[in-house]
Write a new protein. Structure first.
Lengths: 282, 330
C-alpha cells in the first residue's frame, strides 16, 4: 500500500503520536505476554509476612496488604484487560458490522428497525446494563465480556450502516448492480473493503473503552473475580489505604491511563495513516 | 418480434415535495442489431428510463407500464431473477468512468467477475478472456494492465474498461448513459467509434443516451427526444434531423453552436424545465413554447405523424415547421 508521501511504513514512522501510541500498546501487550510464563514476584498467592513492603529490588513496586507483588499483579492484570477487550470488541464488531451492513443493503424497514434498536440500547447507561446482566448471570470475567460486547454491538452497527450507505451511493456499486451482482456479493466485494479502515480505527478506540469499562466493572466488584488479578480491583483494594499507601492506587491508575491513552493515540494515528486525505489537511 | 418492447412506461419518484413523475407514457421498440438514441436536457427523464429498464431505480420509485425483454416483463420480475438479466442480457455503461470502478480491486479482477458469475468460467479461463476483452476495446499492453488498479489508468482507458466489462457476457442490449460526457473531446469520438464498431460486430442492440445532438446524429438508427419526462418527438435519425418538427426539438437544435457559423448570439429557449412534482395538465412544453395556445394547456397533445415512422407530440406542427428555429424563439 503506498500513498502520498511514501509507503505506509514510512509515513507511520514519521507520525509521532502513532509511534507513541504504538509503543505504549506494544508495551502493554508485551507485559501481558511475558506474565504468561514469568513474573518478578507472586501475583496470585498471598504472603502475609511480606505485606506492605516498599519498592525494592525484590519487590519492584512493593507489595500490597496481602503480600502480593504489585508489579507482577499489573503484568497479570494486563492479560485480563486484553482478553476482555479483545473478546468483547470482537463480539461487538462481528455482530455490529453484520447488522449495519445488512441494514445498509436492505434499507427500508429493516434499516429502521436496526437503527431504532441501536437508539434503544444507547438509551441505557452501559454500566446499568452491565449491573443488570450481573444480576442475571452473576459477576465474573464472562459477564464483563458479555456486557461490554453487547454495548459495542450498536456502536459498530451504527458506524457500519452510516459509512456503508455512503459506499452504496457510489457509482461503482451501481455499476456492480448493473453487472448483475446481488446484495450479498456487493457487500462482501465492494462495501466491506471500502469501510475496513474505518472499522479498524473504531475497533482500536473501542478496545480502549473496553479496558476502561472492564476496570470500572472490576472496581465495582462485578467483573473479574479474585484471585485473578485485575487493574480495576487493584484500584478498589487500594482505595481503603489511600492515605496510608497512596502509591498502591496510583500504580494501577497510571497503568490504566497509559494503556487507554496509548490505544487512543494508536487509533487516531491509524485514522490519519489509512485516510491520506485527512493526513494531508494537517 | 421485437427484442425489447417498452409500453407506456411510467416512473414516479418520491421527493420531499411529493411524487415527481419523472417518466410518463414512454413507449418504444428495439429490434435486434438496431440502435436507439435518447436525447434531452438534464432532468428530462432519459437516465430514469434507462435505470427503469435495468431495474435500478432509486429507493421508493414506483413504475407502471411494461418493459418486455423477449417474453419477460422486467418491471414485475423479482430481484433475484433480475440479477441474472443484468450484466448478462442487459448491460450498462455509466457516465463517470472515474468512479465506476472500485478503487480497491485490480482491473483484471473486476473484468473477470461477471465472467465467473454469469458464464461460470474457471479462474484461468476468465483471465484469458479478460485479456481478450481488454485487448478488444483497444487497451495497449492489456496483459500487464490486468494487474493495474483503476487509479493507474486515464479516464478514456477506464471507460474502455467499463465497455469491456459491459461486453463481457455478450449482452443482447447495451445501454450507454452519457458514455462520453466526462471525457475530453478527442477521446469522445474514439469511445463512440469503439462502441459503434463493437455493437455492429457483435450484433447487439444499443441504447445511447446523450444530451449532445452531434453524438446522437452520428451514432444511431432511431432518435427519441425527451422533454419533462415524456417523448416529444421520435423517428429515424435521417428523417428526424432532416425535418425537425416539434418546437422543442427545433429550439434545442438551434441553440447548438455551429463550427464555422456566423459569430452571433446563440438561440436560447426562454424559461426553465417544469417542476416534475407539479406538471401542467396539457403539453409539458407549453410554459416555454412561443406557439402556445389555450388548446395546448388543456390536454396533453397527441402524437402526430410527420413522415414515415417519424412523429411529434404537438398540435401546431404546421406552424412550428413553417418558421425557422431562430425566428421561432426570437
Amino acid at each position: 500500500m503506498s500513498g502520498p508521501g511514501g509507503s505506509f511504513l514510512a509515513r507511520a514512522l514519521r507520525h509521532r503520536s502513532f509511534m507513541l501510541g504504538g509503543a505504549l500498546t506494544v508495551g502493554m501487550l508485551g507485559m501481558a505476554a511475558i506474565s504468561l510464563f514469568w513474573t518478578p514476584g507472586e501475583a496470585i498467592s498471598l504472603n502475609v509476612a511480606h505485606r506492605m513492603r516498599p519498592p525494592s529490588l525484590e519487590y519492584w513496586l512493593g507489595t500490597d496488604k496481602f503480600g502480593r507483588d504489585i508489579f507482577s499483579m499489573l503484568m497479570a492484570g494486563a492479560q485480563n484487560s486484553i482478553t476482555v477487550g479483545v473478546v468483547a470488541v470482537s463480539i461487538g464488531l462481528v455482530a455490529g458490522v453484520i447488522l449495519g451492513a445488512w441494514a445498509s443493503a436492505k434499507r427500508g424497514w429493516i434499516e429502521e428497525a436496526v437503527m431504532r434498536f441501536s437508539d434503544f440500547s444507547f438509551a441505557f447507561p452501559a454500566i446499568l446494563s452491565a449491573i443488570m446482566l450481573t444480576a442475571i448471570i452473576g459477576p465474573g470475567g464472562v459477564t464483563s465480556i458479555l456486557a461490554i460486547g453487547i454495548y459495542n454491538i450498536p456502536v459498530f452497527a451504527r458506524l457500519t450502516r452510516g459509512v456503508a450507505n455512503a459506499v452504496w451511493a457510489r457509482e461503482f456499486v451501481l455499476a456492480a448492480r448493473a453487472a448483475g451482482k446481488g446484495a450479498v456479493r456487493i457487500t462482501i466485494e465492494h462495501v466491506l473493503p471500502n469501510i475496513l479502515s474505518i472499522i479498524i480505527v473504531q475497533a482500536t478506540i473501542s478496545f480502549a473503552i473496553a479496558i476502561l469499562a472492564e476496570a470500572a466493572l472490576s472496581y465495582l466488584g462485578l467483573g473479574t473475580q479474585p484471585p485473578q488479578p485485575s487493574w480495576g480491583r487493584m484500584l478498589s483494594e487500594a482505595q481503603a489505604l489511600i492515605f496510608l499507601a497512596p502509591m498502591q492506587a496510583i500504580y494501577p491508575g497510571v497503568t490504566i491511563a497509559l494503556s487507554v491513552f496509548g490505544l487512543n493515540l494508536l487509533g487516531d494515528g491509524l485514522r490519519d495513516l489509512l485516510d491520506p486525505r485527512l493526513a494531508r489537511k494537517r | 418480434m421485437s427484442l425489447l418492447r417498452v409500453e407506456n412506461l411510467e416512473v414516479t419518484l418520491q421527493t420531499s415535495v411529493g411524487p415527481a413523475r419523472a417518466v410518463r407514457d414512454v413507449s418504444f421498440q428495439l429490434e435486434r442489431g438496431q440502435s436507439l438514441g435518447i436525447v434531452g436536457e438534464s432532468g428530462c427523464g432519459k437516465s430514469m428510463t434507462a435505470l427503469a429498464l435495468m431495474g435500478l431505480l432509486p429507493e421508493g420509485a414506483t413504475t407502471a407500464g411494461r418493459v418486455m425483454l423477449g417474453e419477460d416483463d422486467l418491471l414485475t420480475m423479482p430481484e433475484n431473477e433480475l440479477c441474472g438479466v443484468r450484466g448478462n442480457r442487459l448491460a450498462m455503461i455509466f457516465q463517470e468512468p472515474m468512479t465506476s470502478l472500485n478503487p480497491l480491486h485490480t482491473i483484471g479482477a473486476q473484468v473477470m467477475e461477471p465472467l465467473l458469475l454469469h458464464r461460470g468460467l474457471h479462474k484461468s479461463e476468465a483471465r484469458d478472456e479478460a485479456y481478450r476483452l481488454l485487448d478488444q476495446v483497444g487497451i495497449p499492453n492489456a496483459k500487464s494492465r490486468l494487474d493495474n488498479y483503476p487509479h493507474q489508468l486515464s479516464g478514456g482507458q477506464r471507460q474502455r474498461v467499463m465497455i469491456a466489462l459491459a461486453l463481457s457476457c455478450d449482452p443482447d442490449i447495451l445501454i450507454a448513459d452519457e458514455p462520453t460526457t466526462a471525457l475530453d473531446v478527442t477521446i469522445q469520438s474514439q469511445i463512440l467509434d469503439l462502441i459503434e464498431q463493437l455493437v455492429s460486430r457483435l450484433g447487439m442492440s444499443l441504447i445511447l443516451i446523450s444530451h449532445d445532438l452531434g453524438v446522437i446524429s452520428e451514432s444511431v438508427d432511431r432518435v427519441m427526444v425527451m422533454y419533462g419526462g415524456t417523448v416529444v418527438e421520435s423517428g429515424p435519425t435521417q428523417s428526424l434531423f432532416h425535418a425537425l418538427a416539434h418546437p422543442y426539438t427545433r429550439g434545442l437544435f438551434a441553440s447548438m453552436p455551429r463550427l464555422g457559423g456566423k459569430r452571433e448570439r446563440l438561440t436560447t429557449i426562454p424559461g426553465t424545465v417544469p417542476d416534475l412534482a407539479d406538471l401542467p395538465t396539457g403539453c409539458t412544453f407549453a410554459g416555454r413554447c412561443p406557439l402556445v395556445t389555450e388548446a395546448c394547456r388543456a390536454a396533453p397533445p397527441p402524437r402526430l405523424p410527420v413522415a414515415d415512422g417519424h412523429e411529434a407530440a404537438c398540435i401546431h406542427l404546421d406552424l412550428a415547421t413553417a418558421a425557422r428555429p431562430s425566428e421561432l424563439f426570437s
